[in-house]
Design a protein around this ligand. Structure first.
Ligand code: PGA
Length: 258
């Protein structure tokens, strides 16, 4: 199975910088074989331009959010319909920064997952425990509760796909990643929950790790069989770092299929 390398650019680059970054990624992977599945998540307004650049390349395009309705009086929101028009195939849902700064709740995230599936977009659902939950020994329970609230009881549509990004809140943007073995353990729990408890098809579900992934630690995460990929924030904005992460994924893939 391939590995995912997802680059979440957040609100950092403008349109011109987004184009330059995307161009750099394309140049950096030129001629390379055994590539992971790469998806870039630029800010909304950069999507159409970046799409022109990525169209017919091996790099996919995703959005950082979507609204749960397809059309209507929802000032300022962006629908799945628009995302499809600008070439997105993936969409981040429920990122911890949206939960923290915009009050996004489990119920809202759940509706967004359903909207993504209706539009045949691949939702990348972010979940993770807070520092307090971790310190009190409640990390696993917190992640499970959040996943149950967001995904439990949903009917998995035929031919849909799902990525769950395990992103411990204390690791996001902090420079302190989880230990790869710990992440792998949590991924195994997440997968069990999705497949055994929710009945989701195992082949359609991927579990990626996010939180201070960098060039120097990416290999350690990606070589874990339970880690299907990485969701990269800060380091995805530094071209050399991001290419190093892609290379780490290629190395892992290459070592499996010599
Ligand atoms: P980070 O962000 O890599 O900067 O920790 C990850 C994310 O927010 O998805």
């Amino acid at each position: 199975m391939s590995k995912l390398v997802l680059g979440n650019w957040k609100m950092h680059p403008g349109i011109r910088e987004s184009l330059a970054l995307a161009r750099g990624v394309l140049l950096g992977i030129r001629g390379k074989e055994a590539l992971p599945e790469i998806v870039l998540f630029p800010p909304f307004l950069a999507l159409p331009e970046v799409h022109k650049l990525l169209a017919r390349s091996r790099v996919g395009l995703g959005a950082q959010d979507l609204f749960w309705e397809e059309v209507g009086a929802f000032t300022g929101e962006v629908s799945s319909r628009i995302l499809l028009e600008v070439g997105c195939r993936h969409v981040l849902v429920g990122h911890s920064e949206r939960r923290e700064h915009l009050g996004e709740t489990d119920a809202m995230v759940r509706r967004k997952v359903e909207a993504a599936w209706r539009a045949k977009l691949v939702p990348v659902v972010c979940v993770g425990e807070s520092a307090t939950e971790r310190e009190s020994g409640g990390a696993e329970a917190a992640v499970e509760a959040r996943l149950r609230a967001v995904l439990g009881g949903l009917a998995f549509p035929p031919s849909a796909r799902l990525v769950v990004a395990y992103e411990p809140l204390w690791a996001v943007g902090s420079g302190t990643p989880a230990l790869p073995e710990q992440a792998a353990e949590r991924h195994a729990l997440i997968r069990t929950l999705l497949v055994r408890d929710f009945g989701f098809p195992v082949a359609a579900v991927r579990v990626a790790y996010g939180g201070s992934v960098m060039g120097e630690n990416a290999y350690a995460f990606l070589r874990e069989p339970e880690v299907d990929g990485v969701l990269v924030g800060g380091a995805s904005l530094k071209l050399a770092q991001f290419l190093e992460i892609i290379q780490a994924a290629s190395d892992v893939l290459g070592s499996r299929n010599p």
